[in-house]
Write a protein that binds this ligand. Structure first.
Ligand code: WT7
Length: 634
């Protein structure tokens, strides 16, 4: 079966087939578009109450054979990855499928010679350089489970993740270039590893030429090992349900959730959605601006594009360096056809002089995508008009680390866009809205966004904590997966995601749990207790506002924001810094002692009335005081 959807009719047909018989639908897609070493005996086995989900059981494969080896026949010399370095004057690299295959095989052999075997966890803490993609694939080649940690996370956050997944080996670099900054990654890794005895080996990629100190018997430069490694590395046989990777996401406690994805289903779904959502065709140059440290980079920089034999751009830098025209420079330079970025980037770039856009030739573009947070109407129209020339489709793609691939979005040119709406689900994705009391809502409605039936790329567990997986996603509403998002559905079945309904705040497209931030704030010697909420922000979508109770009255508030932010940067990373801090004498609490963030959210958003029922609070009197504090601080 050709899996390319090219018309609304085909979309409807696929949607109906998938609704009637999901197993058969995915069965055909999986069989006809990938290389399996052994066919599966059971397409789907699931029980959401456990929860347990198994796709393509009995099937055997290696995802890198599907990403690389099978393309060598027809596209060995075609570019797989275009590497665009941070410095626009440095050399762009074009890695062909053959180059990439060789580099992955060598890297995989080096991992093996360092004792890494199928099932071992390998942590990658790297800048956006080709070695990151190569290392991801090298792990997959030998069945090692990769866990990429975004290179903006602090030493403490890195250590938490390494310990949680019990990684044996860490791959990092002497540094990274990001705009006019140099990231000192090796020092961060050294500090993280003070607490991680399980890590036996650190392999170092040379990037910046920073002076680094190698720890004997632990650290080694990887290049000499690559130089002498063989280009031949047979792909390890994987079961469909063998883990492929662990990727951490924030939750409502301090401990991040290690979402575990498996091999067969993830391959099928990331490939299928890449093809259709970006309508990728031969000769296109696709660019997603995300970092491989996030799920977007896993599915739509590395796996999805390579599974389709595409050319994918990897950009090391930031949108503001050397100036705010950089994205458009890159589009022009590489004749990018599909461009995928986050609303926060669009809002930032929309604030710059339009000449930065109009001076570049963007006529190669065919599809524009956004992901990570709701896109507001102004940003949508700016993107559509100024980047797309008012002519090409903008797709608003809703999905999550947990879902592995795009779930709801308008297929470009096929499903009509509706600004601020992600629109319709992918065939095979059974979206339902639930009321607070668990009823399934029909027709136009607002409720909690849930998925009623398994799809191939859903996360299978939280690494090492299956109970938390069940409690977080499968216990709020019986028999379905709860996303944590609220949504509304219009008369035509289009979905608009309204935002998180839990304690996760999305800042500049990054998922941040309130709990880890509050834990960091509470480390402050002068602070007794804290609560963090999100408030609307022009560019970031949401920004963080902290309410803190001092240990004693005489706290010096002037320096508080910066000292608190230093702590947050150390514990989590600069992405979680507060924009505002308010010193208060109490926090609104329920009689059971739970902080009512709903009230704080409203106050931080500037509301003084309509705070809802506060009479059931333990301490309703603090509300007025907090409102006053808030207005004085402005
Ligand atoms: C959360 C998942 C998967 C991509 C990167 C983020 C929010 C994501 C949209 C969108 C409105 C969106 C949701 C979701 N989100 N895309 N198009 N419209 N909200 O992955 O870090 O796991 O975050 O991002 O709230 O639950 P993530």
């Amino acid at each position: 079966m050709n899996y390319h959807i090219q018309s609304y009719q085909q979309y409807e047909k696929a949607r109906q087939e998938a609704q009637l018989n999901p197993e058969l639908f995915w069965d055909k897609i999986a069989q006809d578009n990938f290389i399996w070493k052994k066919p599966w005996h059971t397409t789907l086995n699931y029980d959401f109450s456990k929860p347990e989900v198994k796709w393509f059981e009995g099937g055997q494969l290696n995802i890198t054979e599907n990403c690389l080896d099978r393309h060598l026949k027809d596209r060995a010399q075609q570019t797989a990855i275009i590497f665009e370095p941070n410095d626009p004057h440095s050399k762009t690299e074009h890695l062909s499928y053959q180059d990439l295959h060789q580099r992955v095989c060598k890297f995989a052999n080096v991992l093996q010679s360092n004792g890494i075997e199928k099932g071992d966890r390998v942590c990658l803490y790297l800048p956006m350089i080709p070695e990151l993609a190569v290392a991801v694939l090298a792990c997959a080649r030998i069945g090692a489970i990769h866990s990429v940690v975004f290179a903006g996370f602090s030493a403490a956050a890195l250590a938490t993740r390494i310990i949680d997944c019990d990684a044996k080996l860490v791959i990092t670099s002497d540094g990274g270039f990001r705009g006019d900054k140099i990231l000192d990654l090796k020092t961060i890794v050294d500090r993280a590893l003070e607490d991680c005895a399980m890590v036996k080996t650190v392999l170092l990629v040379k990037r910046t030429g920073n002076r680094v100190v190698l720890k004997p018997n632990r650290d080694a430069w990887i290049q000499p090992q690559l130089d002498s490694a063989s280009v031949d590395c047979p792909a390890v046989v994987m079961e469909s349900e063998d883990p492929l990777f662990i990727l951490y996401t924030s939750g409502s406690t301090g401990q991040p959730k290690g979402m575990m994805h498996t091999t067969g289903g993830y391959m099928v779904y990331s490939a299928y959605t890449f093809k259709n959502y970006f309508q990728y065709t031969e000769g296109d140059v696709y660019w997603c601006t995300a970092d491989i440290g996030w799920i977007t980079g896993h599915s739509y920089i590395v796996y999805g594009p390579l599974l389709n034999g595409a050319t994918t751009v990897m950009f090391e830098g930031v949108p503001s360096y050397p100036d705010f025209g950089r994205f458009w420079d890159i589009v022009q330079k590489h004749r990018v056809t599909q461009f995928y970025t986050a609303p926060t980037a669009i809002r930032t770039l929309a604030k710059q002089p339009l000449s930065l856009v109009t001076s570049r030739d963007l006529s190669s573009l065919k599809v524009l995508g956004t992901v990570g947070e709701p896109i507001n109407e102004d940003a949508w129209h700016w993107y559509h008009e100024h980047i797309g020339g008012g002519k090409i489709p903008v797709i608003d793609t809703w999905w999550q680390t947990e879902t592995g691939g795009i779930m709801i979005a308008n297929l470009p040119g096929i499903i009509e866009a509706k600004p601020t709406f992600a629109t319709k689900p992918m065939p095979g994705i059974q979206v339902v809205l639930k009321s607070e009391d668990g009823q399934t809502l029909e027709g136009s409605a607002a409720g909690s966004l849930c998925i009623d039936f398994p799809w191939p790329s859903m996360a299978r567990t939280i690494w090492g904590n299956h109970n938390r997986f069940r409690d977080t996603y499968f216990s709020t509403f019986q028999g379905c997966y709860f996303t944590g998002d609220g949504a509304i559905r219009d008369d035509h079945g289009n979905y608009r995601i309204t935002g998180r309904v839990d304690d996760v705040i999305i800042v500049s497209g990054h998922n941040l749990g309130t709990a880890p931030i509050e834990d960091a704030i509470n480390e402050h010697p002068q602070i007794a207790e804290s609560a963090v909420v999100g408030k609307p922000h022009d560019i970031k979508g949401q920004s963080l506002c902290g309410f803190v109770i001092p240990k004693n009255q005489s706290i010096d508030a002037s320096d508080l924001l910066s000292s608190v932010n230093r702590l947050i940067s150390e514990e989590i990373g600069p992405i979680a810094k507060l924009d505002q801090i308010l010193v208060v004498s109490g926090l609104p609490k329920t009689r059971s002692g739970k902080i009512m963030r709903r009230i704080l959210r409203k106050i931080a958003g500037g509301e003084t009335s309509n705070l809802g029922d506060i009479s059931t609070l333990l301490n309703p009197e603090v509300v007025d005081e907090i409102i006053q504090q808030f207005h004085q601080s402005k």
